[in-house]
Design a protein around this ligand. Sequence first.
Ligand code: ZN
Length: 288
Amino acid sequence: MASPVESILVHEHVLVDFAGADVAGPDRYDAEEVFRTALPKLREVRALGCVRLQECTPAFLGRAPALLRRLSEAAELDIWTNTGLYAAREHKHLPRYAFDEPAPRLARRWVNEAARGVEGVRPRFIKIGVNRHPLPEVDRKIVLAAAMTSSHTGLTIASHTGDGRAAGEQLEILASAGVAPGKFVWVHAQNEREKRYHEQIARAGGWVEFDGVGPKSAPWHRECVTHMAAQGLLGRVLISQDSGWYRVGEPGGGAYRGYTSLYTDFLPLLDPAWRQVLLWENPRAAFG
Ligand SMILES: [Zn+2]
C-alpha cells in the first residue's frame, strides 16, 4: 500500500453526461444521488494522499461546479473545475454558439467564467477537446479561443487530443497567439502509439499526459513513462486515471470506477523517486 504522501490527480471525473449539448443539464440527474455515490470514492483517494483532484468534465458534458464544491468540502480534498468547450466526438457536445461566434467572443466567455466563477466556483484550468489531425475549422477556433483565454488569465489548457499530429497542430496555434508551449497539456497521449510524438511535444515544451492508467493498461503506461524518463523528459510528463464517474442516464450512475488503482497498482511498478515528480512537482508546474 502506498504511503499517504501528498499528491495531485490532474485528470479525473465525478460526473459525465454523453447525451449531447442539446440535452445535457442538471435536470437529467439527482445531485443528491451523485453526491452520495461520489463521496466515498473521493474519501478513499484522499486517504491515499490525494489533496487535489482536477475534474475534467467540460460544460455541456455534465460540468457541475456547485456539486463539486460540496464534495470538495465533504471529502476535504481540493476539486478543480474548468472552463472551455469540447469539440471532440464530432462536435456533438458543442452548443450552437460555438459554431457561430468568433474565437475572441468565445474567449471572452471563458475569461468571464474564470474571473466571476460558475455557480460561485472559479475554474482553475481550461479544458477543451479536439478531433484528429487535420483539425476541422471549428476545432482550430476552439484551440485559438483557449489560447486567448490562457494569455488573459494565465490558466493552462488541457486538451483531449486523439493523435500526435493534432497535438503538434495545437502547439502551432498557441505559438501564433503568443502562448508558451508550457501552457499546453496533451491529454490522452497514451492513445498515440508512436512514442516519437510524445518526445516531440515534450521537447517542444508541452506537457504529455498519460491519463488512462488502470489495471489493464498499466504495462503500456509504464512503457510510455519509462521511455520518457530514459529520454530525460520525465519533467514534461503527467499521469492520471481519467477515472470515475457517475454516468448520467444509467441506473444509480452505472459502474463508478474509483480513483485508487494508480496508487495501489501502478506506482509500485515505477521507480519510487518518480512519484514526487509525476504526482506533485509536474502537476504544480503545469497547472500552478
Ligand atoms: Zn477525461
